[in-house]
Design a protein around this ligand. Structure first.
Ligand SMILES: NC(=O)c1ccc[n+]([C@@H]2O[C@H](COP(=O)([O-])OP(=O)(O)OC[C@H]3O[C@@H](n4cnc5c(N)ncnc54)[C@H](OP(=O)(O)O)[C@@H]3O)[C@@H](O)[C@H]2O)c1
Length: 206
């Protein structure tokens, strides 16, 4: 693993792993949808879900669909063209990195015993999931809730997935330390494909 690749792992990959495995209880053969699949956490989530033997659908914008296929997506959905909460497909697990719909839209897209895990998105959706998720989970067969990230847990697990060739960090851009402000501007725009990494010198030490 290069320094650049190592720098990309700690937060994004652990959000994805903990969301899918710990909160989402992912199982082989399940239909799993990753919303926001082309960004930092999403690109890890798709590869991790595949490594667990799931059938994976990735949702993101038009320019990211080819990249998402290249890292293993079985199906891709362009959210600018299609609203996955309104089609007929149902998912056993939805990991949501970019939640902008009502929690009831996501609930509809779940299979009868499906699980919805929100990782990130708008503040309103985070609050909604925080307040209504436990109530929905107690009163029906579907489970809905927020992931609370546990920093640094599972780094050894990610190392094993990397060594097995099952997960490769997707790095969009590398910026030298002197260009951190520009890097944050680009990342803050929310359109990066995978991760943005800061290097001490171009392409060697991170
Ligand atoms: N739960 C926790 O403990 C915890 C801890 C740390 C961070 N977080 C949160 O986790 C999230 C991590 O995200 P990240 O680093 O992966 O962000 P990111 O790299 O910006 O990725 C977000 C992706 O979502 C896409 N997107 C935007 N609008 C969308 C929509 N309506 N439908 C589907 N996809 C959409 C973006 O693509 P385009 O914009 O190009 O369309 C982008 O590819 C952040 O929200 C952060 O606040 C949570």
């Amino acid at each position: 693993m290069t320094f650049d690749e190592a720098a990309a792992v700690p937060q994004a990959a652990l959000l994805a792993l903990q969301g899918l495995r710990d909160k989402g209880q992912i199982q082989p053969g399940q239909k799993v949808l990753i919303n926001g699949a082309g960004g930092g956490a999403g690109t890890f989530a798709m590869q991790i879900a595949k490594s667990f033997g799931a059938e994976v659908t990735g949702v993101d914008s038009t320019s990211k669909l080819d990249m998402m296929r290249s890292i293993g997506a079985d199906q891709v959905i362009d959210y600018t063209q299609e609203d996955f909460t309104k089609n007929e497909q149902r998912y056993d697990l939805i990991l949501d990195v970019a939640a902008y719909h009502s929690i009831f839209d996501y609930k509809r897209a779940l299979s009868p015993k499906g699980i919805y895990v929100i990782v990130g998105g708008s503040t309103a959706q985070m609050f909604q999931a925080g307040f209504l998720g436990p109530w929905i989970s107690m009163t029906g067969s579907k489970k809905m809730g927020i992931l609370m990230h546990k920093p640094n847990k599972d780094l050894a697990f990610m190392k094993e997935l990397f060594e097995a060739g099952k997960v490769v960090p997707v790095i969009d851009r590398r910026y030298p330390l002197s260009e951190v402000a520009e890097a944050l501007r680009y990342f803050g725009g929310g359109h990066a494909q995978g991760k943005v990494v800061i290097t001490l010198e171009h392409n060697d030490k991170t």
